[in-house]
Write a protein that binds this ligand. Sequence first.
Ligand code: AMP
Length: 402
Amino acid sequence: MSYSYRSTRSSARGSGRRPGGQQNRNRSRGGGGNRQYIDPSRFIKVANPVETQSYEPLNAFTDFALPQLLQDNLAKLGYKLPSPIQDQAIPVALTGKDVIGIASTGTGKTAAFGLPVLARLLADRKSAALIVAPTRELAQQIEAELRKIARGSGLTGAVLIGGTSMGPQLRDLRAKPRVVIGTPGRIKDHLERGTLNLQNFTMVVLDEVDRMLDMGFVNDVTDILSQFGGERQSFFFSATMDERVRKLITVFTENPVTIALKASSASENVHQDVVKFQSHNEKLDKLHDILIRDEVSKAIIFDETQRSVERLSNELVARGFQAESLHGGKSQGQRQRALAKFKKSEVRVLVATDVAARGIDIVDITHVVNYSVPKVYDDYIHRIGRAGRAGKVGYALTFVGK
Ligand code: AMP
């Protein structure tokens, strides 16, 4: 099999391992918001890289009621077997139900919503689909994938993203595209100008909903969804399902079917361990020792508050490390510059708060250091998912007091 997947059934870590009665034990530990007790044993795990497990799908692509053209294209693309999210989402989506998919990038989720969307576009000439993605890059990636799968179908599309001129977008929109893919800001722009009308659109996909919310798109997304006319089929994909995501989704779907791949799938590629410390000085020394190790080529360090992030970053610079900080107290320009330096490896160390680090997608981060324990386990999974990307094994080290 050319495409190997982690099994959803052979999870090494069950979801219910949190010891009962201990959840709130250290709620009073500052930082505001609800703090969940996380047993430190959950921060220790040997990586179980993707290649070592494979998923046995229940279906072959030919079992799905997909048009022959799509079947042929899948075969040409060398997609032999459905990925887990495809295996589970496609049959549900083909019945017309709303689908909530909990899956991250790299799981084949684009085709999981793309195939049923394209099948319906081909079957019903009056149908049209809107696909909303948080970033320009993702919107373009989705377009490229759908273009491959729909080759020869004659379906027309438009990509509406910021930072590019309006001319070609307006031209594509005038041709009444059946698939519109874009980022929230530019889609809203077109809606306000009257150059895009969603009244007759029959399908909507929100991809990476959690990231969209992290990036502050909640109002734009809500406005966009409220512009649909009659009945529609909705697809929502998110790497994590937290309260905010749930709230947004439930307003806009009726009786959705949720397909949850293991929320922690990214972490399978990450060696996880704890670092014990007694005092502030010992903690900083231990961090120093970690950062000078040869194998630490690029590290992101999480701390709780803007102030603690700034302080730690300064302390590291004072110790001779090339470090940058990323938190909500910085201007957008400062944040972008810090990120660019980290991305280009001009600095090897980035100290960040959870919120600022959410959208980061840098493939060569080798180490995630949790200088403070995250508030909730979902944040932990989010943090450690910054390492171990693109099939590489990463490392996550979490500091816990002795
Ligand atoms: P995605 O998670 O949608 O970004 O997909 C990740 C990559 O896997 C893309 O390069 C797809 O072209 C590829 N892919 C998706 N589904 C399959 C499949 N069933 N078999 C082989 N490759 C796939």
